[in-house]
Design a protein around this ligand. Structure first.
Ligand code: GLA
Length: 387
């Protein structure tokens, strides 16, 4: 199965945790289509943990849907999602129980992969709780990777072992198409910043066929979740811009986590921003070059990503706080010198940029310098122009 671009979709966990149901999924699939998300590239509707009965069927040993949450069974949910032109994702776990204490797939990998295939599942998120001590984690991902391939259906394999066992070094070999590289996100600036800072040295591990999953987005949640830990402090719009832009620069899967039935205009505009999604879905998925300012450090991060059509994405982030004063403004003046990215001034080219948020065009010589407010970002599509 070819997964050439970072997968895009929506997952139930961040907002709903165990508060999921057949009607929630159908309403969300309806909203997903009505908002025009498929036109922007989003395609998966993924049900996370808490969908099954607490025990396997005693006779068949198979996983079964919770009859209260999903009275029509999972195949019926899959049919509905497919009837809307979307793809259907589900969740299981490499250990004996899932993280929220439902049956896991340990020692049932092939049976469960067959069950998922029989329900026409297109995507499986595979978690890591309750792994028996002494059992090798990578082996369990290989098992499920093989089981999915044997199931007779193309099922995207979304591994979720939170970065343990140096996952980036073996997960491609286990057949995964994306892999979680960190612990769980929550809806706070600290959380997405910490995820990004931990993955900066590993940007090159996100590549076609197996993308580095920095977790489901909190963009548009504004602190609303059935789980207090995930709701956290909530974020402001500048943080959501930064989070989304960072996931795009990093070629990370774009799995929305807000309540899409209530998505506001600002959020919709952001997550369907053509330039940002284009940066994320670039066919070459090259890791951006990144620099940190020598003394402002993460208050002034800059990135340059080579794109497949010969243009470049240039992005600036400010992980500082509003009460810190730089240049008396709160904003930092961040800059890149084009020579640092391969363009010496004497080569005779200027750089023309277009701001992905405002559309404003500008021509720069030798370096570019922009103001970036705390928590916010600036992102540009750039091309070289002969002087
Ligand atoms: C783990 C995963 C989360 C989510 C929960 C479900 O914590 O990392 O993304 O799937 O389990 O219980």
């Amino acid at each position: 199965m070819l997964v050439n671009r970072p997968p895009m979709g929506w997952n139930t966990w961040n907002t709903f945790t165990d508060q999921i149901s057949d009607s929630l999924i159908r309403e969300s699939a309806d909203a997903f289509v009505d908002l025009g998300l498929p036109k922007a590239g989003y395609e998966y509707i993924v049900i996370d943990d808490c969908w099954s009965k607490k025990l396997r069927d005693p006779e068949t040993d198979r996983l079964e849907a919770d009859p209260v949450k999903f009275p029509n069974g999972m195949k019926s949910v899959a049919d509905y999602i497919h009837s809307k032109g979307l793809k259907f994702g589900m969740y299981s776990c490499a250990g004996q129980r899932t993280c929220a204490d439902y049956p896991g797939s340990f020692d049932h990998e092939f049976l469960d992969a067959e069950t998922f295939a029989s329900w026409d599942v297109d995507f499986l998120k595979y978690d890591f709780c309750y792994k028996p001590n002494g059992v090798d984690g990578p082996l369990l991902y290989r098992r499920m990777g093989m089981a999915l391939r044997a199931s007779g259906r193309d099922i995207l394999f979304s591994a979720c072992n939170w970065g343990s066992d140096d996952v980036w070094s073996w997960i491609r070999s286990a057949g995964a198409h994306m892999y979680r590289s960190t612990g769980d996100i929550n809806d706070s600036p600290e959380s997405y910043r910490q995820i990004v800072l931990s993955q900066l040295p590993r940007l090159a591990t996100s590549a076609p066929q197996c993308f580095n999953d920095m977790d489901m987005l909190t963009v548009g949640m504004y602190g609303k979740s059935s789980n207090e830990f995930i709701a956290a402090s909530g974020c402001g719009d500048a943080d959501y811009r930064s989070q989304f832009a960072l996931w795009c620069m990093a070629s990370a899967p774009l799995m929305l986590g807000c309540d899409i039935r209530k998505m506001d205009e600002k959020t919709l505009k952001l997550v369907t921003n053509r330039d940002l999604v284009r940066i994320n879905q670039d066919a070459e998925a090259r890791p951006p070059i990144y620099l940190m300012h020598p003394w402002l450090k993460e208050k002034a991060i800059s990135m340059v990503k080579f794109l497949d059509d010969g243009t470049y994405a240039i992005a600036f982030f400010n992980f500082g706080e509003k009460d810190e004063k730089f240049m008396g403004q709160g904003a930092v003046e961040n800059y890149i010198t084009f020579a640092d990215f391969g363009l010496p001034n004497h080569a005779g080219y200027d750089v023309v940029t277009r701001d992905v948020f405002t559309g404003e065009e500008k021509t720069w010589r030798e370096y570019m310098r922009v103001a970036v407010e705390p928590h916010d970002c600036r992102v540009f599509i750039a091309k070289l122009q002969k002087r």
